[in-house]
Design a binder for this molecule. Structure first.
Ligand code: C5P
Length: 294
């Protein structure tokens, strides 16, 4: 057993997010391309008698619904261990921003406690446990670039042809993913399958980032904009900068793909001067991983 372990858990964006009509279990079938970013939360876990969680860098209240705590309990139940842990999560990923912050934290706790408690679960066992906690948790564990199907937990890695430079416009008021999916169903009530993502997958394996122009797509953008007209206005202002602009996941984060780091730096500076809250990121990045264990 270790005394303490530190894990980095990266955010994700969806380069394509095609949605079908809801399945009998209420989840929507997806064809999506996930990409992890070098923007991550830091998860520290150390030995303790009881489980506890502290969040640093955000004003979110911790309660029993917190996905990171639920991940810790799920791991205890799955392995029958009676160890506790003091978990500290230092947030950088925007909360409720459509970048899988909660899922990243769950993935980080699974990886951290598996190491701290010497449980020896394999990555695929962690992914199986993670998929019960949230659809994005398996991708947060895996990282990189991947096609996601079913409700997003079914993954096939893609070998990226190039790195992507991103400018992210974040918004302090988060969005509820279930509410955005519900609005999607209202706007598109007829039964349908998620559209194909073949073209963007081919472009991602190509040699030039310019091949992505016009291919980034998110079926949740229109419903998110219906719920948040302010995000539509920000999106329309940002549109036309960089190679492409896309809403991340269920929003409200808006992601702008740039041709180079230099172009992204200049754009970020301009948007900041316009009063927007902006982050920079590069993708694809590695998935959830241990950076210290002792
Ligand atoms: O899986 P996760 O807990 O992240 O999903 C949160 C909510 O988002 C679900 O309860 C559901 O309302 C919606 N969702 C969906 N279809 C998906 C993924 C999420 O309807 N494929």
């Amino acid at each position: 057993m270790k005394n303490s372990v530190t894990v980095h858990a990266p955010a994700k964006i969806n380069l394509a997010l095609r949605v079908g009509s809801p399945r009998p279990d209420g989840f929507h079938p997806l064809n999506t391309v996930f990409c992890s970013l070098d923007l991550y939360d830091v998860i520290d876990v150390e030995q303790a008698d009881e489980l506890s969680l502290e969040l640093v860098g955000c004003d979110l209240e911790v309660d029993e619904h917190n996905l990171a705590l639920r991940a810790a309990r799920a791991l205890q139940t799955r392995t029958g261990t009676n160890h506790g842990a003091r978990i500290t999560i230092t947030k950088t990923i925007p909360v409720a921003g459509g970048m899988a912050g909660g899922s990243a934290n769950a993935a980080g706790v699974l990886v951290g406690l598996n190491e701290l408690w010497d449980l020896g679960l394999t990555t695929s066992e962690l992914a199986e446990l993670g998929s019960e906690l949230g659809s994005d948790v398996p991708f947060c564990l895996m990282g990189g670039l991947a096609i996601g199907t079913s409700r997003g937990e079914n993954l096939v890695p893609i070998r990226p042809g190039f790195f992507q430079s991103w400018v992210l416009i974040v918004n302090d008021e988060g969005m509820s993913t279930p509410a955005v999916f519900k609005k999607y169903d209202e706007l598109r009530p007829e039964p349908h399958e998620p559209a194909s993502i073949e073209e963007i997958v081919a472009a991602l394996q190509g040699s030039s980032i310019d091949g992505l122009a016009g291919l980034l797509v998110n079926d949740l953008a229109e419903p998110a904009f219906h719920l948040r007209p302010d995000i539509r206005r920000t999106f329309e202002r940002a549109h036309g900068s960089g190679i492409a602009t896309v809403l991340s996941g269920s929003g409200p984060t808006i992601a702008i793909l740039c041709t180079s780091d230099q172009e992204a730096d200049v754009l970020a500076e301009g948007l900041r001067n316009d009063g927007m809250r902006v982050l920079r990121a590069v993708g694809p990045a590695v998935g959830t991983h241990i950076v210290r264990s002792n």
